[in-house]
Design a protein around this ligand. Structure first.
Ligand code: NAP
Length: 323
């Protein structure tokens, strides 16, 4: 049977949970469909669940661990009347209101939930290199999460791929465990912020491998080495690392909305002006799923707050006009 809800929020990162806090305090009794774990890089709570220390979320003088922050946001939203369901949405129908949301069988005749307003906060996920052995060895030396797996590389030599803030952050964190961290970048210049670059340069355990691309990962049951190609000379060479951390960016989780919500070519949802309105009236988008510029926990949280306020006002206008 279909359950009617005023506001459904898909996603449980900083955007989704902040939207839930605001919607719950507006007495809208929101339902958060929080996702379910399917891999180390995909779990409820979003990317902060894969982070160690968050030093730039305002209010925490000494910083806070990512999972602890997400746990607190979740409890805070629950305190004001947010309901949670640990599942993934398998299909949405945004062609008519209330919106239909399916959990489980996408071919079921009736949707699982009917939502008067919908807040999309599905975030973004880690990109992978696309090498044949990368997927097979994921969890066996290949990782997208230094926080989750760094401990296993105590005393090892390992590699991180990427040149952005994530790659530097992962590399620096991994120096706590590993003897040496090769930072492999396809260009000769990092994309990361200057302060992060400096920290990496200052760390004697970090060794840069410039203009290079990983072309294969070796290992039967666990990673035993990687093969690289120098993109300037074409020369190929081996590194005998036991771990490969992939930190090359993210992709928004928007497959569910293809053909229904306007999105950029890159898949990021389009919102109207400075609001969280999408092209479908009653559907609001917040956080990393629509922000490829800032992508910070605090901007995602701010955007979740905006989505809840937009949804609340829109529902009020609907009620006032007799809908
Ligand atoms: P990013 O800034 O998009 O960087 C991705 C990096 O991976 C780039 O250096 C890119 O190379 C490289 N790359 C992409 N595809 C590749 C491929 N197929 N093979 C090899 N290398 C590849 O992503 P991010 O580092 O995840 O950061 C995302 C955003 O979050 C940024 O705005 C960042 O500032 C922010 N962030 C901030 C912090 C912090 O402040 N503590 C921490 C993490 C992230 P090119 O440079 O050649 O394009």
């Amino acid at each position: 049977m279909t359950e009617d809800r005023q506001v459904v929020i898909i996603g449980s990162g900083p955007a989704g949970l902040t939207a839930a806090i605001y919607a719950a305090r507006a007495q809208l009794n929101p339902l958060v469909i929080e996702g379910e774990p399917s891999s180390t890089s995909d779990q409820p709570g979003g990317q902060l669940m894969l982070t160690t220390e968050v030093e730039n979320f305002p209010g925490f003088v000494q910083g806070i661990m990512g999972p602890e922050l997400m746990g607190a946001l979740r409890e805070q939203a629950a305190r004001f009347g947010t309901d949670y369901v640990t599942a993934k949405v398998s299909r949405v129908d945004l062609s008519a209101r209330p919106f239909g949301l399916w959990v489980g069988d996408p071919d079921a005749a009736e949707p699982t939930y009917a939502a008067r307003a919908l807040i999309v906060a599905t975030g973004a996920k880690s990109l992978m290199l696309g090498l044949p052995n990368e997927e097979r060895l994921l969890g066996y030396g290949v990782s997208t999460c230094a926080t989750c797996d760094g401990f296993f590389f105590r005393g090892h030599e390992i590699a991180v791929v990427g040149g952005g803030d994530s790659a530097i952050e992962e590399a620096l964190f991994l120096t706590r465990f590993a003897d040496k961290v090769f930072l492999i970048h396809r260009r000769g210049e990092l994309r990361a912020s200057k302060v992060m670059q400096q920290r990496a340069h200052d760390n004697p355990k970090v060794e840069f491998v410039w203009h290079s691309q990983v072309i294969d990962v070796h290992g039967d049951t666990k990673v035993s080495g990687i093969r690289l190609r120098n993109l300037e000379t074409g020369d190929e060479f081996e590194l005998g690392v036991t771990g490969l951390f992939v930190a090359i960016g993210h992709q928004p989780n928007t497959d569910l909305f293809k053909g229904q919500l306007d999105m950029e070519d890159s898949g990021y949802l389009r919102t109207v002006g400075s609001t969280t309105y999408t092209n479908v009236e009653g559907v609001f988008a917040s956080g990393d799923v629509q922000d490829h510029r800032y992508r910070q926990a605090i901007t995602a949280a701010g955007s979740g707050c905006a989505a809840a306020i937009d949804a609340e006002r829109w529902l009020e206008d609907q009620a006032a006009s007799g809908h």
